[in-house]
Write a protein of this length. Structure first.
Length: 390
């Protein structure tokens, strides 16, 4: 297998529309990396540039240490699995899986051996003589995977391969692809707009927005330490709640955060050094839905009384939707009681699981551009993150 490295890669259409902007990414041998972001963020374009299906406007792409900017897709030693399977309807499963090897002049014995090995891995042994129209969606996706496996490429590329499957099959197939990665010990790059897929499958996740990489990290670190407000809102389901307000200081309360006196979160003195520079300044507070609690075990948690608007029972969890000062909130709680719309309940906030986003604008001499400095604070670690403001 192989490393893949992108250095200052960009894609520009019509000489002015930059859909991928200065992407720098190094994927190590045998790593499973997921590119995730909303539609139009440039993730599929990035994947297609790695595959050679899109021309690179700027930068360099290396596969296994070799510069491949001008190398044809067929010579890059990669295999790509598409969203629509791209199977030949007139060919059997065996013929579809063998086709790529056949045009590369592999011997019949080598083709037979490779197809049989791949079909055994994917559980396709009994389907080799069927044609695609006689297969389910999940089986067709397995054939598409098998066609990639028989190539034994240096890198596997996946472009939203599960988006055409129903919910149950998606869960099943993402498990199968994860098992496949472990079995093949392959370098895999996977594109999806589904953050659940990204969180459950990737060794590392690359979050993109407007063609720019926002953060590259392990799934749990993306969740616990988002580097900016977009990542915080995109990773996690339901999405993080955000409140505009400011840090204040009172006689016995070192810092508090409030929404028109409805929600006050008192912060300990030990955080003074981290928040001192932002005293009285506007900040954004982030609270994940699962960090609202229905019960207060310690009797000293910040409390807010709310009127429930919508209740969504999810089995073990219940989603509660409510409104504070025109801001829509979501809480994800564990409840033994039946919660009903229009009922009033007390919700408590876990003060150890908060995120604060501070915004500053200024000049940066070495970038020669306006920059946006964002402080992400989870009350354990505080650090400045600097990104170019577009």
């Amino acid at each position: 297998m192989a490393e893949v490295e992108l250095k200052h890669v960009a894609k520009i259409y019509n000489g002015k529309i930059k859909v991928v902007d200065d992407v720098n990414l190094k994927i190590t041998d045998k790593e499973f990396v997921v590119l995730v972001g909303p539609s139009g963020c440039g993730k599929s374009t990035t994947l297609r540039m790695i595959a050679g299906l899109e021309e690179i406007s700027e930068g360099e792409i290396f596969i296994d240490g070799k510069l491949v900017n001008d190398v044809a897709p067929k010579d890059r030693d990669i295999a790509m699995v598409f969203q629509n399977y791209a199977l030949y309807p007139h060919m059997t499963v065996f013929e579809n899986m063998a086709f790529g090897l056949k045009i590369r002049k592999f011997s019949k014995s080598e083709i037979k051996q490779r197809v049989e090995e791949a079909s055994k891995i994917l559980g396709l042994d009994e389907l080799l003589n069927r044609k695609p129209k006689a297969l389910s969606g999940g089986q067709r996706q397995r054939v598409a995977l098998g066609r990639a496996i028989v190539r034994k490429p240096k890198v596997f590329l996946f472009d939203e391969p599960l988006s055409n499957l129903d919910a149950k099959l998606r869960v099943q197939m993402r498990t199968e692809i994860s098992k496949l990665h472990l079995k093949l010990e392959a370098t895999m790059i996977y594109v999806t707009h589904d953050q659940v897929e990204a969180m459950t499958m990737g060794d590392r996740i690359v979050v993109m927005k407007d063609g720019i990489i926002q953060q590259i990290d392990k799934p749990i670190d993306l969740y616990n330490n988002p580097q900016n407000k977009f990542v915080a809102s995109f990773i996690g389901s339901p999405a993080m709640n955000f409140i505009n307000g400011k840090i204040e200081r009172e006689k016995k309360i070192w810092y508090s955060y409030q929404i028109k006196n409805q929600l006050r979160i008192n912060l300990a003195k030990k955080y003074e050094s981290k928040l001192l520079a932002f005293m009285g300044k506007q900040v954004i507070l982030g609270i994940r839905p699962e960090n609202f609690l229905l019960k207060n075990a310690t009797n000293n948690l910040p409390k807010v009384t709310v009127e429930v608007e919508v209740v969504e029972p999810m089995g073990n969890d219940t989603f509660i939707y409510f409104n504070l000062d025109g801001i829509q909130f979501t809480a994800r709680v564990i409840s033994d009681d039946e919660l009903k719309p229009k009922s009033k309940i007390d919700l408590y906030v876990n003060p150890e699981k908060l995120h604060f986003f501070f915004w500053r604008f200024g000049k940066c001499c070495f970038i020669k551009n306006h920059i946006l400095i964002i402080l992400t604070l989870n009350l354990k670690v505080a650090e400045f993150k600097i990104i170019t403001l577009k």
